[in-house]
Design a protein around this ligand. Structure first.
Ligand SMILES: C[S@@+](CC[C@H](N)C(=O)[O-])C[C@H]1O[C@@H](n2cnc3c(N)ncnc32)[C@H](O)[C@@H]1O
Length: 282
């Protein structure tokens, strides 16, 4: 059993299999709280851990927290006894991803604020982009993952994840957090990523299309897409959008991926598309 004192030794109790790196840096905790949306919607926290971020969240918001580790749940129940009793904190002791398969994480609009378990961070973000009740995300992830979601077209890190996130809303890498801010310290740099959603992703075929487009990020987009579509159609579709046959996947903007997808799916004729031609912003 974990000592209910908030000063428990994170180093000793951390379980690697659950991606436990506890955020102990008060400056970073405050920066996260200051970056939160300023409205009355509740917050969903995934992986409250020892509760060091949770204790600030419950001061300003109604919170639903999902924690998979039963030992930590027991600790959290004791630490937050009063706020659980008065309804400000709902603690769900379960694997968030299996819960999400059945329903949204909240039955009303919510913001996600979390120091995510890194081994499933990408899955959680993608799942949140598809949850109609999730309005925004403010999440700590591995810096490399934050860059994949927030990179701009033309940057090497621009990926299918960036296209998806930018299709859902505004994406911003807020700040970096060094390993020594956590106990135990992870091997990598972390970053806080914010996504403010304007729409919900609801087309899984578009996701599959992007996976094909970015299969081999250093090859041409035409080569990647030709694995699924006729090469002549791919080159014609690229041409209709003023994209040359040698363009690489990371060089094409989000809006053009949507046009390409529609053309290749047959929703839009390339020539028709050409008349009100969208072009790549230089
Ligand atoms: C990086 S730690 C963050 C802990 C705490 N929020 C903090 O900032 O110190 C990730 C947390 O997510 C929890 N977790 C891991 N996998 C989970 C899952 N599938 N569902 C819910 N929580 C999970 C871990 O047990 C751990 O508490």
């Amino acid at each position: 059993m974990i000592n209910t004192n908030s000063r428990v030794d994170g180093e000793k109790i951390a379980k690697k299999k659950f991606g436990q790196n506890f955020l102990k840096d008060e400056t970073v905790l405050h920066k996260i709280i200051e970056s939160m949306p300023n409205d009355d919607d509740p917050v969903v926290e995934i992986g409250p851990g020892l509760g060091d971020l949770t204790r600030y969240l419950v001061e300003i918001k109604d919170v639903t927290a999902y924690e998979v580790d039963k030992d930590l749940c027991e600790h959290l129940r004791r630490r937050f006894d009063a706020v659980i009793s008065d309804g400000r904190l709902k603690l769900r002791c379960t694997d968030v991803l299996s819960h999400w398969d059945q329903e949204s994480l909240e039955d009303r609009p919510y913001h996600m604020v979390a120091n995510l378990p890194y081994y499933i961070a990408t899955n959680i973000i993608l799942r949140a982009l598809k949850d109609p009740n999730c309005k925004s995300l403010l999440v700590m992830v591995q810096k490399e993952v934050a860059e994949k979601f927030s990179a701009q077209p033309g940057q090497k890190a621009f990926s299918a994840l960036a296209v998806l996130a930018q299709s859902a809303g505004e994406v911003h890498l807020c700040f970096d957090v060094p390993p020594e801010s956590f106990v135990p310290a992870p091997k990598v740099m972390s970053s806080v990523l914010r996504i403010v959603k304007k729409r919900t992703l609801d087309d899984s075929e578009f996701e599959t299309f992007l996976k094909t487009a970015f299969t081999q990020p250093r090859k041409t987009l035409a080569k990647n897409l030709s694995a699924r579509f006729d090469k002549k159609d791919v080159v014609a579709a690229l041409d209709s959008l003023d994209l040359g046959p040698s363009v690489r996947p990371h060089e094409v903007e989000t809006s053009l991926y949507h046009h390409l997808y529609k053309i290749l799916k047959g929703d839009i004729d390339g020539r028709e598309e050409n008349s009100g031609k969208p072009t790549q912003q230089q």
